[in-house]
Ligand binder design. Structure first.
Ligand SMILES: Cc1cc2nc3c(=O)[nH]c(=O)nc-3n(C[C@H](O)[C@H](O)[C@H](O)COP(=O)(O)O)c2cc1C
Length: 305
């Protein structure tokens, strides 16, 4: 038994080959679950495991002798691969250039994104770290413009069913319960958002997913660290940029798939397996326009204490 996720709750099994182990102790140093100890110049199980092996596979990846194998929790020894050489690794300048060039793209060319390109993007996104392995991020892929359109149209119908949520009478009713910030958020942001999403869709204009040829919905299981789907979506966004694609994160969809009239039916239709504390839609496609300048961004605060 180890920390449960939606995929497994078993601990992974660690096998140490005593003939190969040279007792260097690197496995002891990298295992945050205290799975190893060195006795008589060999690594052996420590019996001080905190949670049971979670299959992070640090031990297997660091062992210079190939003496450690980890199996279970969706991992096999065969999942290990040689690291890319230093020449293919990016450097800070190249990474910064990629990040600085990125803009949220809301205008897409009609060009479809090939399955091969989607696969490359997903391979990169799946390298994302997760709170507890194995990743509990789930992904819905809408890989054609028509599918994205249908999803968005269904989403706008869902909003319409729940429009009372941002109505004047409901706001008035909730005024004693909402703090000032929440009330402002609803009045200044959520209500106009409902209006523009529903209103523009009725006119055949997609202001939700921007007629993108691909939409990816990252969400987590109830076990998942809420940050996991957001981190995965961020990796996908950076990967999209590196593939010459434009993308835009859409935070406005996820909350309305969690509750309210018709939300479960919507989730069922799109095989969305769970309600999720956090989730994010990423729309992707080839940008119609080219930005000429970068714009400096900054955090709200950076304190050194
Ligand atoms: C968590 C998150 C949620 C977002 N949600 C939306 C959204 O629902 N609709 C939208 O058009 N843009 C959305 N954006 C894009 C932001 O508006 C955009 O990142 C911001 O304006 C800065 O522009 P830039 O990404 O080009 O630097 C979202 C961005 C993030 C990070």
């Amino acid at each position: 038994m180890s920390i449960p996720t939606s995929r497994t709750e078993e601990a992974a099994i660690i096998t140490i080959d005593p003939l190969k182990c040279n007792g260097c102790g690197k496995c002891v140093a990298v295992c945050s679950d205290f799975e190893f100890k060195i006795v008589n110049g060999k690594a052996i199980p420590s019996e001080e495991s905190l949670f049971g092996c979670m299959a992070c596979a640090h031990c297997m990846a660091i062992c210079p002798e190939g003496a450690i194998e980890v199996s279970g929790r969706c991992l096999q020894p065969e999942d290990m691969f040689p690291l890319p050489g230093p020449r293919t690794q990016t450097n800070y300048d190249a990474l910064l250039s990629l990040l600085q060039s990125r803009r949220s793209i809301r205008e897409f060319r009609g060009k479809a994104v090939s399955q091969e390109t989607i696969d490359l993007l997903l391979a990169a996104a799946q390298t994302a770290p997760m709170g507890i392995p194995p990743s509990d991020v789930h992904l819905l892929v809408l890989n054609e413009k028509e599918k994205v359109r249908q999803f968005t149209s269904d989403f706008c119908q869902l909003l319409e069913k729940n429009r009372w949520f941002v109505s004047g009478w409901f706001m008035t009713l909730m005024t004693p319960f909402y703090d000032k910030r929440t009330l402002q958020f609803f009045k200044k942001f959520i209500r106009p958002l409902f209006d523009v999403y529903i209103g523009s869709m009725k006119k055949g204009v997609d202001h939700v997913t921007y007629d993108a040829p691909v939409a990816l919905y990252f969400y987590g299981s109830p076990y998942c660290d809420p940050a996991d789907p957001i981190i995965a979506a961020t990796y996908a966004m950076v990967a999209a940029e590196s593939l010459g694609l434009g993308s835009c994160m859409l935070g406005a969809i996820h909350p309305f798939l969690q509750f309210g009239s018709g939300a479960k039916e919507f989730r069922d239709k799109y095989k969305i397996r769970f309600k999720s504390r956090e989730g994010l839609v990423l729309v992707i496609g080839y940008p119609k326009m080219k930005y000429l300048k970068g714009v400096k961004r900054s955090f709200a605060s950076i304190d050194y204490v």
